[in-house]
Design a protein around this ligand. Structure first.
Ligand SMILES: [Fe+2]
Length: 181
């Protein structure tokens, strides 16, 4: 288990209420309750990472300056739109497994393996470096969940993780390329 995942598992999900617990235990989709809960915790960590990266990317869309303004302003818009659209299927997979999806700034802060967006806008190349590190961190969080998902034969979550890994690794490559000569 990665450091990021073990850290976030502690804080991603508050203890379910007895009502939520009862509702989760009545689900019978062929995945044990303990596996469903562990996968839901991991997906909540992925949700927190994705939301944090979404907000940072949108922040950089607003605050980028310099000769690469047009390229980066537009590129960041495409990226934050993709990230915004990604949070919904992740949260809804958590619900389908029978657990609450996290959705507050306090919960996201506690569960995310990414730092918050910087308070002062960095220069453009540092924005790019921050986003490369962010996409790599989200990819690590998604990848760390795979052994558990495989063990539980949770194909829908595996499919979701595969799609997220593909986009984060591709976006990190595109951003990294901007920093090369
Ligand atoms: Fe805009």
């Amino acid at each position: 288990m990665s450091k990021a995942t073990s850290k976030s598992h502690k804080s991603a999900v508050s203890k379910p209420s007895s009502k939520a617990d009862k509702s989760a235990s009545s689900i019978d989709i062929g995945i044990s309750q303990s596996h469903r809960q562990a996968i839901a915790n991991g997906l909540n960590s992925l949700l927190a990472d994705t939301f944090t990266l979404y907000l940072t990317t949108h922040n950089f869309h607003w605050n980028v300056t310099g000769p690469m303004f047009n390229t980066l302003h537009n590129m960041f818009m495409v990226q934050y739109t993709e990230l915004w659209n990604a949070v919904d299927p992740i949260a809804e997979r958590v619900r389908a497994l029978g657990y609450p999806a996290i959705g507050s700034f306090a919960q996201f802060k506690g569960a995310s393996s990414l730092p918050d967006a910087p308070a002062q806008p960095p220069k453009a190349t540092d924005m790019i470096r921050t986003l490369v590190a962010g996409h790599e961190a989200v990819a690590r969080t998604a990848r760390a969940l795979f052994p558990l998902v495989d063990k539980a034969s949770d194909e829908p979550t595996a499919d979701l993780l595969t799609q997220r890994l593909d986009i984060h690794e591709k976006t990190a490559w595109m951003l990294r390329s901007l920093l090369e000569d």
